[in-house]
Design a protein around this ligand. Structure first.
Ligand SMILES: *[C@@H]1O[C@H](CO)[C@@H](O)[C@H](O)[C@H]1NC(C)=O
Ligand SMILES: *[C@@H]1O[C@H](CO)[C@@H](O)[C@H](O)[C@H]1NC(C)=O
Ligand SMILES: *[C@@H]1O[C@H](CO)[C@@H](O)[C@H](O)[C@H]1NC(C)=O
Ligand SMILES: *[C@@H]1O[C@H](CO)[C@@H](O)[C@H](O)[C@H]1NC(C)=O
Ligand SMILES: *[C@@H]1O[C@H](CO)[C@@H](O)[C@H](O)[C@H]1NC(C)=O
Ligand SMILES: *[C@@H]1O[C@H](CO)[C@@H](O)[C@H](O)[C@H]1NC(C)=O
Ligand SMILES: [Fe+2]
Length: 454
């Protein structure tokens, strides 16, 4: 934020307060991750293999297609020709093959031309039912399956996986493998943004969007991944222009449409929220719609964290926090997941909404109506780990560790959910950090193991 001049005095006050309670800071894990380079898997890696057969569907992925889970968006890419937009789907019992027609899109990025990207929404599915589906009709077909979620209800258990900033390094592969092997089986992944990191390559080499799509297919073709866009999805690159003729280069525009590859590849059901409006207007209408008697757990996920005690992306989420945090407290959000910072951190329940620029009240305080903030940007991309932390550890920070990993949020009923974070260096069953979450609406007890000082 750009107001350092006016806030110097209050920052100093905050620092003094922190110093006085230094001994009560949270846990900075003593686990020291072996220093090693995080490198991307080469193009000829097993995980990037193109499926065999003429025009075979590849990069198959699904996401939830409506509000209650009766719709699924199936997406896939064909490389040789557009082929069919049809998806066939059937249940284990009926065997009758239903058909749905989708659409096909392509895009160009610098000198890259995409394959034929298909998106097909299938609707009116039975809940809590295993479906098979088949794409590539007319050429090489491939079959997959998924299970629809149970009917919405206050005590319906459901298990989310949490992955962020994944990329396509050897560490990314380890994160995904651990998520798949976790004994607490995730049913849907909440992905907190930064997918392929293709933009880290010269000219944003979009081939790395394709390799990423093939890499994660082994999970996302079988269970929905619900997307948040991160900064690596923007792909805004006005500087890359065709260097055809020096004299006309200056007249050519580079890639100036933000989110072009991401929006062509990852369709989401934004229309089911009623309207496509700017985010603030949308969220203002969305929060009051949540009926905690039907869906007790209110989870928000975003890319840039609001509470982050690593020396990276300092206050990048601050404008958003200032606008939205009062609503998060008012509507008693249970937990907020973010990525962006390539490490792990869990906060206490805190808020920082009393500050009005002049009153000096700018330190986060313990607040049992506030969410727990979790940074889970530790998927393992080629940019490596964020290791540099602010010292001393701020009071709001309950646990932090610079390791790659994934997490599971396991909803048991309206009052309890079990959360665990798993670092890649351990076996997938080991929980490096965990917490019983008590629902803010139904069971708003203090579940913190510390923060006994304020
Ligand atoms: C695109 O341009 C880059 C840089 O000039 C080059 O390395 C790459 O091979 C080109 N790719 C295609 C598909 O032409
Ligand atoms: C591939 O599938 C499309 C659509 O069904 C069809 O028109 C085309 O003839 C097929 N191509 C081959 C080589 O089978
Ligand atoms: C990625 O992980 C899978 C599953 O553990 C393994 O079979 C595969 O060989 C790994 N690939 C690379 C390039 O690490
Ligand atoms: C919330 O859901 C419950 C249970 O379905 C229902 O009885 C109640 O009327 C709903 N509240 C509102 C405000 O819609
Ligand atoms: C950690 O970050 C701080 C603040 O940006 C910086 O002053 C310090 O030099 C960094 N330490 C290391 C070891 O990079
Ligand atoms: C909710 O789940 C927790 C944890 O499994 C359990 O202890 C509690 O008894 C459950 N509550 C109800 C009302 O079933
Ligand atoms: Fe990011």
């Amino acid at each position: 934020m750009g107001l350092p001049g006016v806030s110097v005095a209050v920052v100093v006050v905050a620092l003094i307060l922190n110093a006085a309670v230094l001994c009560n800071g949270g846990i900075t894990s003593s686990f020291v991750r072996k220093a090693e380079k995080t490198v991307d898997m080469p193009l000829d890696s097993d995980v990037f293999r193109v499926p065999p057969g003429y025009n075979a569907p590849q990069q198959v992925h699904i996401t939830q297609g409506d509000h209650v889970g009766k719709g699924v968006i199936i997406s896939w890419v064909t490389q040789d020709e557009p082929g069919s937009n049809t998806a066939l789907y059937w249940t284990e019992k009926s065997k009758h093959k239903n058909r749905a027609e989708g659409i096909v899109v392509t895009y160009k990025f610098y000198n890259y031309t995409s394959g034929y990207i298909h998106h097909c929404t299938i609707k009116n599915l039975k809940l809590d039912t295993k479906y098979y589906y088949e794409v590539g009709i007319g050429n090489t077909t491939r079959q997959f399956w998924f299970t629809t979620p149970p009917r919405v209800g206050p005590d319906v258990p459901y298990t989310f996986g949490l992955i962020g900033d994944l990329g396509q390094s050897y560490d990314s592969n380890r994160t995904l493998t651990h998520y798949e092997s976790n004994l607490k089986k995730g049913q849907t992944v909440l992905f907190v943004g930064d997918l392929s990191y293709a933009d880290d390559y010269p000219f944003h080499d979009n081939v790395r969007w394709d390799t990423w799509g093939r890499f994660v297919e082994r999970s996302v073709a079988y269970q929905p991944w619900i997307w948040t866009a991160g900064n690596h999805e923007i792909d805004f690159a006005p500087e890359i222009v065709y260097n055809v003729k020096r004299t006309i280069v200056i007249l050519l525009q580079g890639e100036t449409i933000p989110f072009k590859p991401y929006r062509h590849r990852y369709h989401v059901p934004y229309r089911t929220s009623g309207k496509y409006t700017p985010q603030y207007k949308w969220l203002e209408k969305e929060f009051p719609k949540v009926n905690r008697s039907e869906t007790p757990w209110l989870i928000v996920f975003m890319h840039s964290p609001w509470y982050n005690s690593y020396n990276y992306h300092y206050m990048e989420g601050e404008t958003m926090r200032v606008m939205y945090e009062p609503w998060f407290v008012e509507y008693k959000v249970d937990v907020v997941f973010a990525g962006h910072v390539h490490a792990y951190e869990r906060s206490e329940r805190v808020s920082n909404i009393a500050y009005n620029i002049v009153n000096g009240v700018c330190t986060p305080i313990s607040d049992q109506s506030a969410p727990v903030y979790i940074t889970i940007g530790d998927g393992g991309n080629l940019e490596g780990l964020a290791t540099n932390m602010t010292e001393p550890q701020p009071l709001y920070s309950a646990y932090r560790e610079a390791s790659f990993g994934h997490a599971i949020f396991d909803i048991k009923n309206r009052s309890h959910a079990y959360y665990s974070w798993h670092r890649n260096q351990d076996g997938y069953a080991i929980e490096a950090d965990s917490l019983w979450f008590f629902n803010r609406f139904w069971n708003p007890l203090d579940e913190s193991t510390r923060w006994d000082v304020l």
